[in-house]
Design a protein around this ligand. Structure first.
Ligand code: ATP
Ligand code: MG
Length: 360
């Protein structure tokens, strides 16, 4: 093959290709790299590999190993760094030695795959799988559990009327209230597994939010906190099931309050989304979205909790059931929307709910 052909192939590869020198600087790159990293070649060429993968010693270590041993590495997980806007994306790297004609190692070739879309698809797949499995078990068990619960509750109430001793009465009150808690949980669980049959109508999202905020205001005031609403008045109405959306925002706002510290502020922001357009089987033309953001400056969450956010029954709260987020996700997905959560332990949490506005 001639040089020109080599060069054409190099620039046409849709995955990123980097050539790294023995001094760990970037010697060559193809067009896909510029595209993936949202950066022009001049901003990283002849600079350290750390420009693109900052503070990831495992990547540099592997490059050094390839230089010394000539071994190849597949499936090296890394995070690519974009400058403008500053953000990271998941990448998968394949490293192999760059050999001269005398077989001496002159550098390292890194193949860079952008994993953003694949990760998103995996995330979307996972909760659905879990819900399906859960659905089969839940539907089978829910009725069986609720029936005897009714008996327990009724008997406890009868007994309470008979008993005169105050402290014994209190025990029975606990039986009744705990039975009610189990019953509430089962009803919520059944909601997770049933098809929703949405009753769609033109809905003003601000009205939905305001109704929830009125309900929840007291519990935030008890923590000396406050809501701050930043609404975009030009937001279009959306086709939605108002009651179901109330459920979603009630769950999300409750979570924000529960995570808030004393005097915490919870921002509720609405706007039209420019970045993300949903395309679905029933609406193949991407639609404009509205976004509702709920931002708290509360306790945030660690990596472990972030991973399990949408797993039913995963909770870090004493009295939590771990169903708020899975139910919210189901409702939002049934509206062809999406929920995105970012959180930093100790700093706070941002929840974004994207809903199609019906406008293109
Ligand atoms: N705003 C938030 N800040 C910090 N952690 C959060 C926040 N929202 C959710 N979480 C974490 O995610 C977990 C799951 O939330 P989810 O709403 O599904 O269940 P829950 O709040 O524990 O119980 P439930 O909502 O059923 O009463 C929570 O236990 C908490 O650890
Ligand atoms: Mg919750």
């Amino acid at each position: 093959m001639n040089d020109r052909l080599h060069q054409n192939i190099f620039y046409s590869i849709i995955d990123g290709v980097l050539l790294i020198s023995p001094a760990l600087t970037i010697q060559e790159s193809n067009l896909a790299i510029e595209d993936m990293f949202h950066r022009s070649r001049d901003s990283f060429i002849h600079r350290s590999l750390e420009e693109l993968f900052p503070r990831q010693s495992h990547v540099l270590d592997k490059v050094r190993k390839v230089l010394v041993t000539g071994a190849c590495y597949h499936d090296v997980e890394a995070e690519g760094m974009r400058n403008i806007p500053s953000s990271r994306f998941p990448a998968n790297l394949t490293l192999s030695p760059y050999l001269e004609s005398d077989d001496s190692i002159q550098g390292v070739v890194i193949l860079v795959k952008n994993m953003t879309l694949i990760r998103e698809l995996e995330e979307r797949q996972r909760p659905a799988d879990q819900l399906n499995k859960l659905g089969e078990i839940a539907m089978g068990m829910a009725h069986e559990i609720r029936n005897p619960l009714g008996g327990i509750r009724g008997s406890a109430q009868l007994l309470r009327q008979e008993i005169k001793n105050k402290s014994h009465q209190e025990y029975l009150d606990i039986v009744v209230s705990e039975v009610d808690r189990i019953d509430r949980m089962i009803r919520r669980m059944m909601n997770l597994t049933r098809p929703l049959n949405l009753k769609l109508k033109s809905t003003n999202i601000h009205k939905v939010l305001e109704e929830i905020l009125v309900l929840e205001k007291d519990s935030l005031t008890r923590k000396k906190g406050r809501f701050e609403q930043i609404y975009d008045p030009s937001l279009p109405l959306i086709e939605a099931d108002e009651d179901q959306l109330k459920q979603v925002f009630l769950n999300l706002i409750k979570n924000a309050i529960e995570a808030s510290r004393k005097g915490g502020r919870i921002q509720i922001i609405t706007r039209v989304s420019s970045g993300y357009a949903v395309k679905t089987a029933s609406s193949p033309i991407p639609q404009q979205n509205i976004v509702v953001e709920i931002i708290d400056s509360g306790e945030g969450m660690d990596e472990e909790t972030r991973k399990k956010l949408f797993t039913p029954f995963h909770t870090t709260k004493k009295k939590g059931s771990g169903l708020g987020l899975p139910i919210s996700l189901k409702i939002v997905k049934d509206h062809y929307g999406k929920i995105k959560i970012t959180s930093e332990k100790g700093l706070g949490t941002t929840v974004q709910v994207f809903l199609p506005s019906g406008q293109r």
